[in-house]
Design a protein around this ligand. Sequence first.
Ligand code: BG6
Length: 368
Amino acid sequence: EKGGFDWFMLKEIDEQPQAVADTLLGRYAADGSLQLDEMRLSDDELRDIDKVIIIACGTAFYAGLVAKYAIEHWTRVPCEVELASEFRYRDPIVDRSTLVVAISQSGETMDTLMAIRHARTQRANVLAICNTNGSTIPRESDAVIYTHAGPEIAVASTKGFLSQVVACYLLGLYLAQVRGAKFGDEITAIMHELESLPAAIRRVLDDGEQVRELARELVDKRSVLFLGRHAGYPVALEGALKLKELAYIHAEGFAAGELKHGPIALIEDDLPVFVIVPPRGRDQLNEKVISNVQEIRARGARTIVLAEDGDEHVVPYADHLIRLPRVPTLMQPLVATVPLQLFACELADRLGHDVDQPRNLAKSVTVE
Ligand code: BG6
């Protein structure tokens, strides 16, 4: 049943190219425009939306954080991302022109369910992004986008995460489409970028041995940091969460730009720090993050750098270099998360932990 893998989690990590492809499947109408056929919200309703609030827990929350970058960039509609467990207790500003997006792999997480119930009492439109057909959260929502990633057995979410990001991107593109604009060509171009991801993810998986070796080398570490910027910031948070959940070691993710405002004080000799380097582009973020790598290495950190093919500037400052396929900035989370999943999985396995059923955790938490 584990398909030759030692753990369901490894199997599910390996299924990610297919999961992403399946999330993308069947999203075109006959005229080549985007369609989301399980959507029960009309285009008119979507045109009236003036704010998106994404609510979710755990890994699904990080998928939401990634999605914010894309949704705001493509639609120019403000998008907030909030932990479901915080949402209803702070008297959030929600009304009929708010689109509340609940992301949940299981569709049964109680915190998320209570948050959408609150949103509906405020007459918000609620859309679920969910992997489990007929589960409670989509049933109680006005609309749903199913991720179609297939069942996820391991408690720690992997293919769930990637497919949630892709589904959120589809939502962002669809919102851009219904809200008009001469955006058509751009939507098609972005769809092509998404459609090229399964091959890119497969390549990262094929390079997995390097990450497994690194996990063996770092097996006695008690603390690991992760740095990322822009869409790479939630990837850093997700990398740290995976390590906490599976290996039970202290791990924290930081926004690379915040380094100088505090976290740099944590850097000491041989502390492993993963850094997700943004693709080279016009925004200078690549250069800025590389200078962060330089700074922490000068203070003794062991730098584990994830950087795209052909990025040579970072090479002198990387103790370990994990290559990523060249993809646009907004697509990078979908390739950069994969080595971090493999790393956490291998490290936990080395430590003798139950990778699929970590202590104290449940696949879906049905209490608030
Ligand atoms: C948790 C799981 O408690 O619930 C996480 O351990 C998961 O892995 C989170 O990300 C949210 O679950 P769901 O099903 O709502 O996406």
